[in-house]
Write a protein that binds this ligand. Structure first.
Ligand code: HEC
Length: 155
């Protein structure tokens, strides 16, 4: 009896995990600019002095096709191995609709400061638990990241 229950739970957890990693998660991310009080916040101050992107750093207008196609180039070179532009997960979640479920500054921080995000942001940590692979830092410049964000807006 006990074994059965355990297996059932594990299966349920796995199903949940797969759904969320595939991008079905619609929770609005808290973003990293207001870290919770306590140890995590202190760590954020030591590890990420002024590098984190905040909403004030990003201006979104009409989609800029030049930026978007530069972003597409970066995607094909550095991201495509792990991310689809659909909803399916490869290693990481698919990007379709990502700009509707995540804030732009959160996305930028996943691109530029992924280690800080995986160490401290609850939404990023949830994804890591589900995907089981730690996204490596892709060493993008801020402009690169902004171009990829523009490309994401076209998906
Ligand atoms: C080696 C595989 C790998 C590569 C290459 C990679 N990623 Fe990721 N990415 C992941 C994984 C896995 C996650 C989920 C978080 C985790 O487990 O670390 C993720 C998550 C993300 C997220 C959050 C997705 C969401 O649905 O919220 C963004 C944004 C992102 N990656 C951007 C990029 C960009 C931009 C590039 C290329 C410059 C890139 N990634 C390259 C593996 C990768």
């Amino acid at each position: 009896m006990k074994t059965k229950i355990t297996i059932g739970l594990a299966a349920a957890t796995l199903t949940l995990a797969m759904a969320s990693c595939g991008g079905a998660n619609t929770d609005a991310p808290p973003g990293a600019k207001t870290p919770p009080p306590g140890a995590a916040a202190t760590e954020a101050e030591t590890k990420a002095p002024d590098n984190m992107i905040t909403a004030a750093d990003i201006t979104l207008g009409d989609i800029d096709q030049t930026m978007a196609s530069a972003g597409k180039g970066i995607y094909e070179l550095k991201c495509q191995a792990c991310h689809s532009v659909g909803t399916n997960r490869v290693v990481g979640p698919g990007w379709k609709g990502i700009t509707e479920r995540r804030k732009p500054e959160w996305i930028m921080n996943m691109m530029l400061n992924v280690d800080v995000m995986l160490d401290q942001d609850p939404e990023a940590q949830k994804m890591l638990e589900e995907c089981l692979v730690r996204m490596p830092n892709q060493s993008l410049s801020k402009d690169d990241g902004r171009h990829v964000l523009e490309f994401m807006r076209t998906l």
